[in-house]
Design a binder for this molecule. Structure first.
Ligand code: ATP
Length: 675
């Protein structure tokens, strides 16, 4: 470690001021991080490196940060690598002259494709020395992999990966000892892990954010010969965190920060139409009395909980087009009198799915409404009966390249919050004020645009009646929200206790359904022989970046669904579990096949219990011996959650919270959910 540390401090011989950041330098920092699990040390390594980037090559600050957080662009840009394990293995094989069979055998034995790449590399004599990799070159190369489309795209992706892999480690000296050093600062290892979507360094985006703040403030003060005090450091972190929650785009924040300084971000980077915010989320409850306990002595409001798809609509009129950050022109659609885009719960572009909404948007806006960001739910609408249709109807709509004239399932937009209006963010205003602004800015149109039905009564009986009405109106239950005061402000990206959900189905159960990742499956028996008969599901542990198993499930699937799932899942079978899957190692509990972590399913359960067979919440202290995890009893499949990525699945912490809460009521602070 000391050697590596010395190397990290030693300014790379090839890295002179103004020259591109060597990828090898970043990989050395990664390998230092890999040697520790201590958050403070990880943060320090990151901050030291970023500071060096600012000193020598500030123009590479953005790609460096992106490679650290395993992203190529913000989520709303919709840029995905689109490659699985088999393609990566092919590229490793072809680069190093080893057969696919050998690579597969290695993968079976080692279980980490990054290390397989290191091993393959070290047995290959170097014929010629390609140019060393740079951070900006790797970012561009990976971007090329992601954006290849059309005929033969897969083969071209493999070629592009090969190009990067053959330049990896070309300049490193000596063989890397895998067993001793976890592969050491190998470029191939981190390249492959990036391609797999997991660097596995315990480097959460939140940690990188803190490092960015520390690096920038230290660098800025260094110019005038000073070092930051602890208070200055904390101020910078708090500021960056708040700016990022309103404008979650490093593509916008970093250039502004490098140009005008971190403390000026308050003025230079504010919530703006065009960049989607991570939405505010709710905590589950399982009784109305629980809601009353939580909001004791506070005013609250109840709204129908519509069962559709969350949508964030961003809009500016043409004369205000400058207010719009058009970082992803493809996401932006022309409405008749303005520019607009629609984003999903996880910031993906929905504009191509809902051209019918964009076409009508102008007609719902009152005179004087020039720009806005609206939080709402799109719900399938029965035009004849003039009522809400079940979620399943909405799912039958095509997801991309929809033409207005082909739309069969009409949607109605139910607006429940306003985050930005006429040039200014309104997230800090109380919900009562935001609601007033919302009502003043829009015109409801039957079957197209409505305000979420609400009721401000504070009595148990009134809430019970309103809940029954919501269910009669085909809603899932109620959302209960703090109405006045500071606490009723909109909290982007938080699962907040200022928003509670009461789902009709879960009163007296566990309070909510879970969204879980499919990791494996068991071959079917009897009637189910040609499909998978049961599946292994997991929740996500954000702290350790692992998937922890939580149950096997074989109930709730129709035959057709099982067939569809078999087809879909067969394409992502892998030879052995990923190293970031946490499951009991007992032989009899292993599924017949393992999958890449890709699909999220909504699952209903009767209750939660402890079991030595599963790992969910093991690290959350639910079982004093630490051996048992939490598992679901009588789990039932509800639906596929297309709008959630695997790392947005129910977290281990939430599962533990649900387990503990089986007996008690909502307590504790709001927690960051998606971020
Ligand atoms: P769920 O499976 O319950 O939708 P979730 O994790 O997607 O869970 P939650 O915060 O737990 O999100 O539940 C709130 C969701 O309910 C929102 O994401 C939104 O899509 C939907 N919703 C429907 N009506 C409302 C409303 N009036 N206010 C807020 N959210 C609403």
């Amino acid at each position: 470690q000391t050697k590596l540390e010395a190397k990290a401090k030693d300014p790379y011989p090839d890295w002179k001021a103004g020259t591109p950041v060597p990828y090898a330098a970043l990989c050395t920092t990664f390998s230092l991080i890999e040697l520790t699990t201590k958050r403070l040390i990880i943060t320090e390594h990151c901050a030291l490196f970023l500071r060096q980037v600012l000193r020598l090559t500030p123009e590479d600050f953005l790609p460096t940060v992106l490679l650290m957080i395993n992203k190529l662009a913000p989520d709303y840009a919709g840029i995905e690598l689109g490659i699985g394990e088999s393609l990566i293995m092919k590229a490793i094989g072809e680069t190093t002259g080893r057969s696919l069979q050998v690579i597969k055998a290695d993968q079976k034995e080692i279980g980490d494709l990054g290390l397989v790449a290191v091993k393959s590399r070290s047995t290959q004599p170097t014929m010629f020395k390609p140019k060393p990799l740079t951070v900006r070159g790797v970012h561009k190369g990976l971007m090329d992999v992601a954006t290849v489309t059309g005929n033969g795209a897969q083969a071209r992706k493999v070629d592009l990966i090969k190009k990067l892999l053959s330049a990896a480690d070309a300049h490193s000296t000596g063989r890397v000892d895998i067993s001793k050093d976890k592969g050491g600062p190998s470029e191939a290892k981190y390249l492959v892990r990036f391609l797999e979507g997991k660097l596995r360094l315990g480097l959460a985006e939140k940690t990188v954010l803190v490092s960015i703040a520390q690096a920038v403030i230290s660098h800025e003060l260094e110019q005038s010969g000073k070092a930051p005090t602890t208070t200055q450091m904390e101020e910078a972190e708090a500021l960056l965190k708040s700016v990022y929650s309103e404008l979650p785009s490093w593509d916008v924040i970093i250039p502004a920060m490098v140009k005008d300084g971190i403390m000026n971000l308050k003025d230079t980077c504010k919530l703006r139409p065009g960049v989607p915010l991570k939405p505010m989320l709710a905590k589950p409850t399982k009784a109305i009395t629980e809601v009353l306990d939580r909001f004791e002595n506070q005013t609250f409001t109840c709204e129908y909980k519509y069962d559709g798809e969350r949508a964030q609509i961003h809009y500016v009129t043409k004369d205000r087009a400058d207010d719009y950050i058009d970082t992803v022109p493809s996401a932006t659609k022309e409405a008749a009198k303005g520019v607009a885009s629609i984003f999903s719960r996880n910031s993906e572009d929905l504009s191509k799915k809902y051209p019918d909404i964009l076409a009508k948007l102008d007609t719902w806006i009152k005179e004087g409404t020039k720009s806005f960001v609206l939080d709402c739910e799109t719900v399938a609408w029965d035009v004849m009966e003039k009522k809400v249709l079940p979620f399943q109807q909405l799912m039958t709509r095509k997801k991309k390249d929809v033409k207005v004239e082909d739309v069969k399932v009409k949607v109605c937009v139910f607006a429940f919050d306003l985050l930005y209006l006429n040039g200014a963010a309104v997230v800090e205003k109380s919900l009562r004020e935001r609601r007033e602004l919302l009502y003043k800015a829009f015109n409801p149109v039957e079957g197209e645009f409505a305000f979420a039905t609400h009721m401000n009564g504070q009595e148990l009986d009134e809430i019970q009646v309103f809940l029954d009405e919501s269910v009669k109106a085909s809603c899932e239950g109620l959302m209960v929200k703090m109405l006045d005061g500071l606490e009723s402000g909109y909290e982007p990206s938080k699962r907040s206790r200022n928003w509670l959900k009461i789902k009709k189905d879960y009163l007296s159960g566990v309070g909510d359904s879970l969204d879980l990742v499919v990791l494996g499956a068991y071959h079917g028996k009897g009637k189910r022989t040609s499909v998978y008969g049961a599946f292994l599901l997991a929740c996500y542990n954000a702290a350790s970046d692992t998937y922890e198993t939580v149950c096997n499930i074989g109930t709730g699937f129709s035959e057709q669904v099982l067939e569809d799932l078999h087809k879909q899942l067969s394409e992502i079978v892998i030879d052995r579990p990923k190293p970031f899957y946490s499951h009991s190692s007992g032989g009899q509990h292993q599924p017949d096949v393992w999958f890449e972590p890709r699909y999220v399913w909504e699952i209903k359960t009767a209750d939660l219990t402890l079991s030595p067979r599963y790992k969910a919440g093991c690290k959350e202290g639910v079982d004093p011996s630490g051996d048992k995890g939490i598992s679901l009893r009588f789990p039932r499949f509800i639906k596929i959650r297309d709008d959630k990525k695997p790392d947005e699945a129910t977290s281990s912490r939430q599962v533990a919270e649900m387990y503990r809460k089986q007996e008690s009521v909502t307590k504790g602070p709001s927690v960051d959910d998606d971020f």
